[in-house]
Design a protein around this ligand. Structure first.
Ligand SMILES: Nc1ncnc2c1[nH]c(=O)n2[C@H]1C[C@H](O)[C@@H](COP(=O)(O)OP(=O)(O)OP(=O)(O)O)O1
Length: 158
């Protein structure tokens, strides 16, 4: 039987730039990504997203917009990762490196897709156009997408 883990992923965008973090350890280490992680017991998905953003790059999000929802599955692993993706331009604080992430602003024209999860280049175009989406990816290891679908949807916003 499959289990589900609920995770968040937050992108900070401002003036044509996007803040990415280089993951220094753990799952997805060595890749650039947004900021996020597992939702803890007793917190809502939004609370989890804001907490991870603050812990990983020092920024406090005052509001978050829902961007996407992706279910990730790995061949021969029954755990499904349900990742809730958000973006924000409504934040305060100073960007700071953490134990887990080294943050860096990128122009939205020069996103380093070759050093990111391979699914990112497929769904980033929705986010960059402020379109909401849902999707599913089945991975073999961390590099090979065996199957996927993506579709534009209307998600409830916070
Ligand atoms: N395929 C893919 N593309 C883009 N982003 C992701 C994936 N798979 C993923 O898991 N992610 C995202 C979702 C989360 O933001 C992170 C993974 O979170 P993780 O570091 O495992 O969670 P934490 O709670 O911070 O981990 P620990 O503190 O327990 O190490 O990647």
């Amino acid at each position: 039987m499959s289990k589900k883990k609920i995770l968040t992923l937050v992108f900070v965008r401002e003036a044509g730039k996007i803040l990415l973090g280089f993951k220094k350890r753990g799952f997805g280490a060595g890749l650039w990504n947004g900021f996020g992680g597992k939702v803890e017991e007793g917190e809502t998905i939004l609370q989890g997203a804001k907490r991870e953003l603050l812990e990983e790059c020092g920024l406090k999000a005052h509001s978050l917009k829902s961007v996407g929802l992706i279910n990730f599955e790995f061949e021969s692993d029954p755990t499904i990762l349900e990742v809730h993706i958000f973006q924000t331009s409504d934040f305060s604080g100073l960007v700071a490196e953490s134990e887990e992430m080294r943050p860096r602003w990128y122009s939205e024209e020069s996103i380093p897709f070759s050093q990111m999860w391979p699914d990112d280049r497929l769904w980033f175009p929705y986010m960059l156009k402020d379109r909401q989406f849902e999707g599913y990816f089945l991975f073999k290891g961390m590099d090979i997408i065996l199957n996927h679908w993506l579709k534009e949807v209307n998600l409830l916003n916070s």
